[in-house]
Design a protein around this ligand. Sequence first.
Ligand code: PEP
Ligand code: MG
Length: 340
Amino acid sequence: AGGDAVAVIDRAVATADGRPVEVVANVGGPGDVDRAVERGSDGVGLFRSEFLFQGRERPPDEDEQYAAYREAAAAFPDGRVVVRTLDVGGDKPLPYLDAPEERDPFLGVRGVRRSLGPDADLFETQLRALCRAAADGDGDGDRDADSDGDRDSDVGDLAVMIPMVATVEELDAALARLDSVADDLADEGVAHAVPETGVMIETPSAAFVAGALAERVSFLSVGTNDLTQYVMAASRENAGVADLNHPTHPGVVRAVARTAEAGHDAGARVAMCGEAAGDPRLAPLLVGLGIDEFSAAPPSVPRVKAAIEDVDAAAAERLAERALAAETRAEVEAVLDGDG
Ligand code: PEP
Ligand code: MG
């Protein structure tokens, strides 16, 4: 059964042999949270906060952001909403930010590089809003509404995720900002909590230092859209290199495998939130590589859940071993199709 014929699966899913896998949604615009709920998502694995900043003349202030994050968390009382801090630059400019024209915007000042540089004030405002919204979560970070911490469980947990990280220093600086924002809120007597933290793995460097990154956060989330374009040196926007810009190339598969292994060794959860996570054909490979959480566009959530329930995790691990031995994209895809 393909596409929209797959019925919504409201329950949390596991592989056929019982390994729990979270299937959550990517949210990138108004209405996506509702669509995610309708499609049976367990939570939000990527809240692309850029959309709150687009199509307007000035950035949303702290209260407006607080309301947006709290509303998203309230839609998933038993789940988690992972808010990615502002990821502008590259393909995502904002007219009211004065950013110099760059010759290579995808290799320029984007994501966390802006947050630690020219957009430091915006970053601080966003972290304040997130810490305030996190105060309303139940604090247990899981789907079980009955195992609350002390806090109110009508609202799910929030997590904060840092995009476009290439170095440990960037992550340390971003986490230090989060701590200092929490200290400020404490000094001001404002209700807040420090949200769980994660880092996107979107650059080859991040994949190579994934272990060190994972030691500093609760989760990694592989952003295959950017990771693929950077591993393959093939733009995600250039049709002329579309064949190279594909997650089944062995270089990308190996980068994902490395990330998952290093993340798990450091005790971190390993998610995937790039488009690859929404492709049911890739589900056995990704489970086999160790992906614990799949975050996909809301319409894809039901078919990813259905695909996970069909996967046998032990068989998927053997499939992943074969895919990791493959030398070409064609060989990886032959493994996926059961001919390898
Ligand atoms: C990614 O790069 O895979 C990702 C999920 O982020 P975005 O598509 O928003 O760049
Ligand atoms: Mg990205």
